[in-house]
Structures are given as structure tokens and as C-alpha cells.
Design a protein around this ligand. Structure first.
Ligand SMILES: Nc1ncnc2c1ncn2[C@@H]1O[C@H](COP(=O)(O)OP(=O)(O)OP(=O)(O)O)[C@@H](O)[C@H]1O
Ligand SMILES: [Mg+2]
Length: 266
């Protein structure tokens, strides 16, 4: 009887953990808006984004060039301040945080920027160790080394960014973003500068890390085949996420993503 009760408790617990509705909300946006001033006019880029992302969930964001995908990630990371709506990230109300608060919160995320943002005078190893150093911590040398090897840069540890190819710089940025096992990873086209095989390896690495750590991942990509590896795909068009077009779970296939892009005219 005891065993049966324990098994029931386990099933209830497992359902709780597996349910995206009950899992920790890592990102929660409602009606998020952002415009950029440009001379006398302004460009309204985001016009009311609604998006929630739970722990362990992976979501690809797709949309045409210039639609605001990087802007959306910049708002979530606090690098850009949104104009309106609500934005809760890792439990903090980001729109109420000041510069310092946003910076501290950003350090808890793993961020892969579209243009890498590596520190030019630091080696590969030092760049990957940077997330520890900015928090005044001694780097976890083993974690740094393991990640450099996992992304395939074993022979490049002492190179400077200027001595790397574009794809290799991207891999350094990925290792740096994952080294502290963040609960939220934001990745802006992390497969944009690498060949098909390396792209596959990067996605496999992301999925492995998500499985190990239960992190949430929001990833921008232009490739339907890459988007199809994730649990959910959202499409950004005309400043909003076309909610009714989003794909989830078993509906996410490369063909379905191609179809959606075609029907949305992306
Ligand atoms: N600092 C800025 N000042 C003014 N306009 C900006 C600024 N940053 C971005 N924009 C404009 O906002 C729009 C969205 O830019 P964003 O970089 O978010 O697009 P994107 O979807 O990431 O495009 P891509 O796929 O080419 O990376 C673009 O039209 C861009 O010109
Ligand atoms: Mg972009």
C-alpha cells in the first residue's frame, strides 16, 4: 500500500513538472511595444507582443529581416528598454528595473548576440570564462574547458577573436552563453554563420543543455529545418506574433514551418 501511495505521489509530481502551464514561467510578455526614434519620425517595431516561455521550453522565432526579432530579444534581455506593456523575466518586472537592475538580471541569462560581441583582446578561453569574471567569481576552469571542447574549438583555446573564422566566433559566443548553466538562453541566429553540419551540432548541443539543466531557450532563426528541432515556433510579422499561426509539439515539422512562412508571406 505504501508503495502504491508513493507511486501515485510520483505520478502527480511528474505531471506537475512536465506541464508547461505549471512549470516556472521564465518569460512573460503582454502587449509589449517598442519604437525607435529616427530623426523627426519614429519606427514602430513591436506593437503588442504576447509571449510566455516556461522552464525547459524551447521556442524558435521566425520573421523577415528587419521585422524586430533582435529588438524583441534585446527587450527581453533588458539591453533595450521597451516602451509599453508588461515584461516579466526570471521573476523580475523588467520595466521597473533601473540600468543596474537590468544588467544584473542580464548576467543570469545566456545570450548569443547576432554579432557575437566577443572581447577582442581576450583569448577564446578568457572569453568563455567572462561570465564568471564579470560577477567577480573564479572561473570554473573545468566547465570552461569542457564547453570549448563540446563546441569543437579544442585547438583554438589561445586564439584571439581576430584569429578566428566567423563560424568559430559564433561557437565561442555559444560556449560563453552556456558556461554558467543559465535558466534562460536567448540566441539570435546562432546558426547564421556556420555550415550545415556545424549548425546541426549547435542545435544538438542546445537541446542537450536544455535537457540537462531545464533551461528555457528563445532562438531566432531563418531556417525552417532548424526551427523544426524545437518544441514551438512563433512567427513575428507587422509588430506582433501571429498567434494563430504558431506551431507546437508534434505540429512542428520543417514542411509545416515552410507552409506557415509561405502563407504569412514571409
Ligand atoms: N537603434 C535603432 N534606431 C533606429 N532604428 C532601429 C534601431 N535598431 C533597429 N532599428 C530598426 O528596427 C527594425 C527592426 O530591427 P531588428 O534588428 O530588430 O530586425 P531583425 O528582425 O532582427 O532583422 P534581421 O533578420 O535582419 O536580423 C529595423 O527596421 C531597424 O532598421
Ligand atoms: Mg536580427
Amino acid at each position: 500500500m505504501e508503495g502504491l501511495a508513493a507511486a501515485r505521489r510520483f505520478v502527480v509530481w511528474a505531471r506537475f513538472v512536465a506541464s508547461p502551464e505549471l512549470a516556472e514561467r521564465v518569460v512573460e510578455l503582454h502587449g509589449l511595444s517598442k519604437k525607435y526614434a529616427f530623426g523627426d519620425s519614429h519606427v514602430e517595431v513591436l506593437r503588442g507582443i504576447d509571449l510566455t516561455l516556461s522552464a525547459g521550453e524551447s521556442c524558435a522565432i521566425m520573421g523577415p529581416s528587419g521585422v524586430g526579432k533582435s529588438t524583441l530579444l534585446a527587450c527581453i534581455s533588458g539591453l533595450t528598454v521597451a516602451d509599453g506593456g508588461s515584461l516579466t523575466v526570471l521573476g523580475s518586472d523588467l520595466l521597473k528595473e533601473n540600468d543596474r537592475g537590468r544588467t544584473l538580471l542580464r548576467r543570469k541569462m545566456g545570450i548569443i548576440y547576432q554579432f557575437f560581441h566577443l572581447v577582442p583582446n581576450l583569448t577564446v578561453t578568457q572569453n568563455v570564462a567572462l561570465p564568471f569574471l564579470v560577477d567577480g567569481l573564479a572561473p570554473d576552469d573545468r566547465a570552461v574547458e569542457q564547453l570549448i571542447e563540446r563546441v569543437g574549438l579544442k585547438g583554438r583555446k589561445e586564439h584571439l577573436p581576430s584569429q578566428l573564422s566567423g563560424g568559430e566566433m559564433q561557437l565561442v559566443a555559444i560556449a560563453r552563453a552556456l558556461v554558467r548553466k543559465p535558466r534562460l538562453v536567448l540566441a539570435d541566429e546562432p546558426t547564421g554563420n556556420v555550415n550545415v553540419e556545424t549548425g546541426r551540432r549547435i542545435l544538438a548541443l542546445f537541446l542537450e543543455v536544455l535537457r540537462e539543466s531545464g533551461a528555457a531557450l528563445l532562438l531566432v532563426t531563418h531556417h525552417p529545418e532548424h526551427a523544426a528541432r524545437f518544441g514551438r515556433v512563433e512567427f513575428l510579422k507587422d509588430g506582433v506574433l501571429a498567434g494563430e499561426s504558431a506551431l507546437r509539439g508534434e505540429d512542428v515539422t520543417a514542411d509545416a514551418v515552410h507552409d506557415r512562412l509561405r502563407s504569412l508571406g514571409i
